[in-house]
Design a protein around this ligand. Structure first.
Ligand code: Z5A
Length: 218
């Protein structure tokens, strides 16, 4: 079977990162060779760019710089890791991808969507995720979860997490607009549910997706 590119998207505390291992385990249980990665990041160079992007001790960055760094990290990630893995027949599960750029830089920071489209076309050509699981959650509930995690892990907010709540409301809306525009790509998961219910829904979507992939392969 050909490789497939699955992305996980959503706002703060939606539970994407918690679900990566579940998804990878499920795909492997179906004998699918699977690779997990994330954005920004995924390669040594892209992780270095991530560190700059999230570093709140740096002076504030121009919105264009942030946008270009996201795509610079993505370029490296695509050519060094994602595309080779897909060419080798692996399925790639990526915690965030270009839909995050539309949601955060486009809707969140009000960067022109046409600009993002231009960069997307430059870096990706016609390459897009085969499936995107959007973890949708009320912004305040997501923040409550993140605050609980800070307390448990004694960590602190990064540069993005310091934004005002209205920023994250715009991000959420942006994701939902994209999900409505691209119904073949997106599956929306109600991330406010218990972890068990969330995993149940993810499994249903994955079963359906694997069946489609197998049917296309025959
Ligand atoms: N960014 C961008 O602006 N543009 C781009 O193009 C890209 C990214 C690619 C880093 O992302 C930042 O980069 C991100 C967007 C920006 N900004 N922020 N903020 P990241 O993915 O590394 O970081 P994150 O999105 O902030 O992760 P997060 O806040 O940790 O969210 P999450 O991964 O969806 O949540 P989680 O860690 O899985 O869960 C949070 C807590 O909730 C944790 O304690 C869990 O145990 C708990 N949890 C999870 N699910 C449940 C359920 N169902 N019930 C109860 N508790 C739960």
């Amino acid at each position: 079977m050909q490789g497939r590119f699955i992305t996980l998207e959503g706002g703060e505390g939606a539970g994407k990162t918690s679900s990566v291992a579940f998804i990878v385990d499920y795909l492997r249980s179906q004998s699918i060779d699977t690779l997990a990665t994330r954005e920004p990041g995924g390669t040594e160079v892209s992780e270095a760019i991530r560190a700059v992007l999230l570093d709140k001790s740096l002076p504030s960055m121009h919105a264009d710089t942030e946008l270009l760094l996201m795509f610079a990290a993505r370029q490296e990630h695509l050519v060094r890791k994602i595309l080779p893995a897909l060419a080798a027949g692996q399925w790639v599960v990526c915690d965030r991808f270009t839909d995050a750029t539309y949601a955060y830089q486009g809707y969140g920071r009000a960067q022109a969507l046409e600009r993002i489209q231009q960069l997307e076309a430059w870096v990706q050509g016609t390459f897009h995720p085969h499936l995107t699981l959007l973890f949708d959650i009320d912004v305040e509930l997501g923040f409550q979860r993140v605050r609980t995690r800070y307390a448990a892990q004694q960590t602190q907010a990064d540069r993005f997490e310091q934004e005002h709540i209205s920023f994250f409301e715009r991000v959420r809306r942006g994701y939902l607009v994209r999900a409505a525009h691209y119904p073949d790509q997106f599956r929306v998961v109600d991330a406010s549910q218990s972890l068990e219910r969330v995993q149940h829904d993810i499994k249903q979507y994955l079963m359906e997706f694997i069946q489609q992939a197998k049917a296309q392969h025959v």
